[in-house]
Design a protein around this ligand. Structure first.
Ligand SMILES: Cc1cc2nc3c(=O)[nH]c(=O)nc-3n(C[C@H](O)[C@H](O)[C@H](O)COP(=O)(O)OP(=O)(O)OC[C@H]3O[C@@H](n4cnc5c(N)ncnc54)[C@H](O)[C@@H]3O)c2cc1C
Length: 334
C-alpha cells in the first residue's frame, strides 16, 4: 500500500485549502471527509448564507465558497475520500521509516504526516425537546437545512435564542409566508445586529418567553402546541415546518482517543508550527487551540500556511519556509 506524504482529516474549508497548499508544494495528499459532501460547516450548516470576511470576495455564500475551494484543490489533484470517518490512527515504523496508519469506516490509509482539520467534529444538532419532534424529523422538523427555497410560501417556526436560530430566522423569513421565532427566555444571546434586524422585520413574529411543547400532524407537520412560559397558557398554531436552532454539540468523537493533548473539544497546538503533541501530527482550523485563537475561515487559512511550511521541512529537513507560488514550476494552469 502506498504511503502518502500527508493525509488531511476533514474536508472543510481549512482542510480543502490545506490540500491545495500541500499539492502546490509537491506533497502527495489524500483528504478524508466523513460527510458525503466536501465543504464542512460552509456546505452542511449555512450553504446559502453570504460570508463577508473572506479575502477576495465582497460576499460569497457558504456553498459557493466551498465549491471554489474544491475547484481550486482539484487543479492540483489530491485524492479525495468522502463518506468515510477516521476512527483510529496508529504510528508504525518500518526499518526506520515512520508513518501513520489511519483506519476509516471504509478502509485503511497510510501517510508520513497527518493534518487534522476536523473543525467542530461531527455536526450533532441539539434536538428539540418537544413531544413528537423526533417522529417528524425531515418531514417538517429540520436541523440541517434543506435549500432555503424549500421554505417558500410556508409557515415556519424557528426555535432558539442563539446565533443559529437568529441566522436561520433572517435567512428563511424572506421566503416564508410567515415566520415565527420562539425562545424560552425574554433575552436573545446572539449578535445585536441580528436581533435588531429581526425585531424590525414585518415578516417575523417574535414570541418570548415561549416553549415548544408538542408537534402534531400525520404525514408531515401540521401544527405546534406551544406554552407561554409567563402565563403557563398553551396555544396551538397551524405550522408547516419547524427549524431547530438550538445549536450544535461539539463532538470530536474518535479524535478524542488518539492521544492528542486536548483542551475540551479542541487540540492544543504550537501556533509557531501548528504541531500537536504527537510527532508528525499537525492541526489547523476551528479544532485548534492556542493563546489568541480566533475561529474564522481567514485564520484557518493562515494556519494552513504555517502548517504546510513546517510539514515541508518535517518531510525534508533540507527545505525551509515556503517558496512563493509564483516561483513554482510545473503548476497546471487553470
Ligand atoms: C452559521 C455560521 C456562520 C458562520 N459565518 C462565518 C463567517 O461569516 N466568517 C467566518 O470566517 N467564519 C464563519 N463561520 C465559522 C466557519 O464556518 C468556521 O470557522 C469554518 O468552517 C472552520 O473550518 P474547518 O475546516 O476548520 O472546520 P469545519 O468547517 O467544521 O470542517 C471540518 C470537517 O471535518 C469533518 N470531520 C470531522 N471529524 C471527522 C473524522 N473523524 N473523519 C473525517 N472527517 C471528519 C467534518 O465532517 C467537516 O466536514 C460560521 C459558522 C456558522 C455555523
Amino acid at each position: 500500500m502506498d504511503i502518502q506524504d500527508v493525509i488531511i482529516i476533514g474536508g472543510g474549508p481549512v482542510g480543502l485549502f490545506g490540500a491545495t497548499m500541500a499539492r502546490l508544494h509537491g506533497m502527495t495528499t489524500t483528504v478524508i471527509e466523513s460527510l458525503p459532501e466536501l465543504g464542512g460547516q460552509l456546505y452542511a450548516l449555512y450553504p446559502e448564507k453570504p460570508i463577508f470576511d473572506v479575502a477576495g470576495f465582497y460576499g460569497i455564500t457558504g456553498k459557493d465558497l466551498a465549491l471554489r475551494l474544491v475547484e481550486q484543490a482539484e487543479h492540483f489533484a489530491p485524492d479525495f475520500v468522502v463518506g468515510e470517518s477516521i476512527e483510529t490512527i496508529a504510528r508504525l515504523d518500518n526499518a526506520g521509516d515512520s508513518y501513520y496508519e489511519v483506519t476509516t469506516s471504509g478502509g485503511v490509509h497510510r501517510s508520513r504526516v497527518l493534518l487534522v482539520t476536523v473543525g467542530i467534529g461531527a455536526f450533532v444538532p441539539r434536538k428539540l425537546p418537544a413531544e413528537g419532534a423526533d417522529g417528524f424529523e425531515n418531514r417538517g422538523v429540520y436541523y440541517l437545512m434543506p435549500s432555503l427555497d424549500y421554505f417558500r410560501g410556508k409557515r415556519v417556526l424557528v426555535v432558539g435564542g442563539g446565533d443559529t436560530a437568529l441566522d436561520w430566522t433572517l435567512a428563511i423569513a424572506p421566503r416564508a409566508s410567515h415566520l415565527t421565532l420562539i425562545h424560552r427566555r425574554d433575552q436573545f444571546r446572539g449578535q445585536e445586529e441580528s436581533i435588531r434586524l429581526i425585531h424590525e422585520s414585518p415578516d417575523i413574529s417574535v414570541k418570548t418567553p415561549y416553549e415548544l411543547l408538542r408537534v402534531e400532524g400525520s404525514q408531515h407537520v401540521e401544527a405546534v402546541v406551544v406554552k407561554n412560559a409567563a402565563t403557563g397558557e398553551e396555544e396551538t398554531w397551524p405550522m408547516d415546518d419547524i427549524v431547530g436552532g438550538l445549536g450544535f454539540l461539539p463532538s470530536l468523537g474518535p479524535v478524542k482517543s488518539w492521544g492528542l493533548n486536548l483542551e475540551g473539544n479542541t487540540i492544543v497546538v504550537d501556533p509557531a508550527t501548528m504541531m500537536t503533541s504527537l510527532p508528525g501530527v499537525f492541526a489547523a482550523g476551528d479544532v485548534v487551540q492556542y493563546p489568541g485563537k480566533v475561529k474564522l475561515i481567514a485564520t484557518g487559512f493562515g494556519e494552513i500556511g504555517i502548517a504546510i511550511a513546517k510539514i515541508r521541512s518535517y518531510l525534508d529537513p533540507t527545505k525551509k519556509g515556503l517558496p512563493h507560488s509564483t516561483n513554482l514550476k510545473g503548476i497546471p494552469r487553470p
